[in-house]
Ligand binder design. Structure first.
Ligand code: AMP
Length: 547
C-alpha cells in the first residue's frame, strides 16, 4: 500500500518562490565589483530570477543545457542560481582561480552554452573565448553603461541589458526532482577535473540538512555571510538553505581580505559566517593587531581543510564565537559531518571538550559513513583505528558527469555502493569522525602512520607560526619521515630548534618532524587549500638532515 500524500517534486524553483512569498523583504546585501554596497531582497531576487528564466527561454536553451558562471558571491550570481536551475537548465559554476587552460578544458567538457562573468574576470574570458566553441552567449554581470566598448568578445551583452526586456513573471516547469540542477568540478590536483552533477532533489535534501540545529542552525533571524565562494560546491549549499529559512544574506564580492570581511560583518550585523581556514586566518590576522571584536557574530562554520585547534580557541576565547568544524567534499554537495557536542559532553572540562571540537564531527542524517581496512573489512569505531573513509547518501555522487575510466563507487557484501572519499579517518564510539589525512598525504614512517594534520596543528599553535604544511620525505631507514614547512607571522621569530623543541610532549617522540623548512608562502589551490603536490615539487631537491 502506498501512502496517500501529495506527490510534490523537490525543486529549486520552490525555494525561491517560498523565500519571495514568506520572507520577501529579508535583505540580500552584496559588495559589488564596482566597490559599492547593493541592497535587494528575496522578492527582488525571485523577480529577477524569473527574468533570467525568460531570457534563457528566448535563447531556446534546451532543458539540461549548461549555463556557466565565473563570478564572485553576489546578488546577480544568486539570481542565476535560481533562474538557471529553476527553469531546468544546469548551473555550472566555474572556478576563476584555475589556470585559464583548465577553465577552457572544463567549459568544453561541460559543453557550456552561456557564460556569465563578473567584470573582474574579463581578461580570463578574453583569453579563452576563442577556444570554447560551445559557448554561444557571453553575459557580463554589470550595468549596460559599465560594459567596455571593445572587448573583442563577440555578442557580449551586459546582464542588465540581457534581462531588462524580460517579464518578471514565469511559470516554473514541473521537472523530475532527479533532473540535474547544477554542477561543480573537483579541484583536480591529479589528473583531469571531474564533475559532480547535483540534482534538484539532492540540493533540497542537502539544504534541509544543512539548516538543522546541530548542523548550521540557520533561521530567519540570522544574517549569513558565505565567504566560501559560490563557485565552490554552491557555497556549501548556503544560497539554498538561506532561501529555505528566509534569512538575510550578505555577499562579500571580490573583497575576501580580513578587513573587508570584518567591516561587512559589522555593518550588516552578521551572525553566521562560513569559510575555509585560510580565510579565517586572514580575518584573525586583521582583528588582533587592530584590537577589534565582533559585535554580532556568534558562530562560524570552518571546513574544507582541517581547522587547527589554535583557531577554534582564538575564536572562542578571544572573540566569543563558536567554531563549527565541518567536513565534506565536492562529491557530497558538500556536507558530510559537522562537529557539535552531545548532551553528555556539556559537563566536561573545556580541555576535554576541545578534544572533541577539533574532530570533523558527527554524520548528518542522510550521510552514512564507515572506515575500512585494506581488504575492505569494516574497522571498529574506537577513535584509534584508522582506515579509508567511505560514505553513501542521497546528496553524494553515484557517478561523475561523462565518466571516463571507471566509476567511483565500491560495492559492499550487500551490493550497496559506497563512495571512497580518499580520506583516512578514525571514528569514535560516539560517532565522531576525525580525518587523519588525505590518503595520499599520510606519512608512513617505519610501518606506522603519522597524521600530517596533527603535525601541522601543533606548529600553528606556536605564536610565531602563521601557516604550516607537513609532508613526508623519503628516508633510507624509515621509508618516510615528516618535515614541517612553515610560514612565520610578520615580524615574529622562531628558530628550527625552538620549533622542534615545541613538539616535545605534544606528540609521540617518533612523530616529531625531522626538520623545519621556513618559506615565505605555502602554495594554495583554487579553493584556498594547501597544495601539497606543488610543495613537494618545490622541495624536490631537499634532503633530510637525518637521512
Ligand atoms: P573538495 O572537494 O575540494 O572540497 O575537497 C574535499 C576534501 O577536502 C576532503 O576529502 C578532505 O580531504 C578535505 N577536507 C574537507 N574538509 C575538511 C576538514 N574539516 N578537515 C580535514 N580535511 C577536510
Amino acid at each position: 500500500m502506498l501512502g496517500l500524500m501529495q506527490d510534490q517534486p523537490l525543486l529549486i524553483s520552490a525555494l525561491i518562490e517560498f523565500a519571495a512569498r514568506h520572507h520577501g523583504d529579508a535583505e540580500i546585501v552584496s559588495r559589488r565589483v564596482e566597490g559599492d554596497i547593493h541592497r535587494s531582497t528575496w522578492r527582488d531576487v525571485a523577480a529577477r530570477a524569473r527574468k533570467v528564466a525568460n531570457a534563457l527561454d528566448q535563447m531556446k536553451l534546451a532543458e539540461s543545457d549548461r549555463v556557466a558562471t565565473l563570478a564572485w558571491n553576489g546578488y546577480r550570481h544568486l539570481e542565476l542560481y535560481y533562474g538557471v536551475s529553476g527553469s531546468g537548465r544546469v548551473l555550472h559554476t566555474l572556478n576563476p582561480r584555475l589556470h585559464p587552460d583548465q577553465v577552457v578544458w572544463i567549459a568544453n567538457h561541460a559543453e557550456d552554452q552561456v557564460l556569465c562573468f563578473d567584470m573582474t574576470f574579463l581578461p580570463i574570458v578574453q583569453a579563452i573565448h576563442a577556444k570554447c566553441p560551445t559557448i554561444k552567449q557571453y553575459v557580463a554581470l554589470c550595468d549596460a553603461d559599465k560594459l567596455p566598448a571593445d572587448t573583442g568578445i563577440p555578442g557580449l551583452v551586459s546582464y542588465e541589458a540581457w534581462i531588462a526586456p524580460q517579464k518578471d513573471s514565469y511559470v516554473w516547469p514541473k521537472l523530475d526532482e532527479n533532473a540535474a540542477s547544477s554542477m561543480c568540478y573537483t579541484s583536480g590536483t591529479t589528473g583531469n577535473p571531474k564533475a559532480a552533477l547535483y540534482s534538484h532533489r539532492s540540493s533540497i535534501l542537502h539544504a534541509y540538512a544543512a539548516a538543522l540545529p546541530d548542523v548550521m542552525c540557520l533561521s530567519a533571524r540570522d544574517s549569513v555571510l558565505p565567504v566560501v565562494p559560490m563557485f565552490h560546491v554552491n557555497a556549501w549549499g548556503l544560497p539554498y538553505s538561506a532561501a529555505m529559512v528566509g534569512c538575510k544574506l550578505v555577499f562579500p564580492g571580490a573583497g575576501m581580505d580580513g578587513k573587508s570581511v570584518y567591516d561587512l560583518m559589522e555593518s550588516e550585523k552578521v551572525t553566521f559566517a562560513a569559510g575555509v581556514p585560510t580565510v579565517w586566518q586572514m580575518l584573525l590576522g586583521h582583528l588582533k593587531p587592530n584590537n577589534l571584536k565582533f559585535s554580532t557574530l556568534t558562530r562560524t562554520v570552518i571546513g574544507g581543510s582541517a581547522c587547527p585547534p589554535a583557531m577554534i580557541n582564538a575564536f572562542r576565547d578571544d572573540y566569543g564565537v563558536d567554531v563549527l568544524h565541518a567536513w565534506g567534499m565536492t562529491e557530497m554537495s558538500p556536507l558530510g559531518t559537522l562537529c557539535t557536542l552531545k548532551n553528555k559532553h556539556l559537563g566536561m572540562s573545556a580541555e576535554d571538550q576541545m578534544k572533541i571540537r577539533l574532530k570533523q564531527g558527527r554524520a548528518i542524517f542522510g550521510v552514512d559513513m564507515k572506515i575500512v581496512g585494506e581488504n575492505g573489512q569494516e574497522l571498529p569505531w574506537d577513535g584509534k583505528t584508522y582506515g579509508d573513509l567511505l560514505v553513501k547518501g542521497p546528496w553524494i555522487v553515484k557517478d561523475y558527469f561523462k565518466t571516463e575510466g571507471g566509476h567511483p563507487l565500491v560495492s559492499d557484501a550487500n551490493g550497496e555502493g559506497w563512495f571512497p572519499t580518499g580520506d583516512v579517518a578514525t571514528i569514535d564510539a560516539d560517532g565522531y569522525m576525525q580525518i587523519t589525512d588525505r590518503s595520499k598525504d599520510v606519512i608512513k614512517s617505519g610501518g606506522e602512520w603519522i597524521s600530517s594534520i596533527d603535525i601541522e596543528n601543533i606548529a600553528v599553535a606556536h605564536p610565531a607560526i602563521a601557516m604550516a604544511a607537513c609532508i613526508g620525505v623519503k628516508h633510507p631507514k624509515w621509508d618516510e619521515r615528516p618535515v614541517v614547512v612553515v610560514v612565520k607571522k610578520p615580524g615574529a621569530e622562531v628558530t628550527r630548534d625552538e620549533l622542534i623543541q615545541f613538539y616535545e610532549g605534544k606528540t609521540a617522540k617518533w612523530q616529531i618532524p625531522d626538520d623545519v623548512v621556513f618559506v615565505d608562502a605555502i602554495p594554495l589551490g583554487a579553493t584556498g587549500k594547501m597544495l601539497k603536490t606543488k610543495l613537494r615539487e618545490q622541495l624536490a631537491n631537499y634532503t633530510l638532515p637525518t637521512a
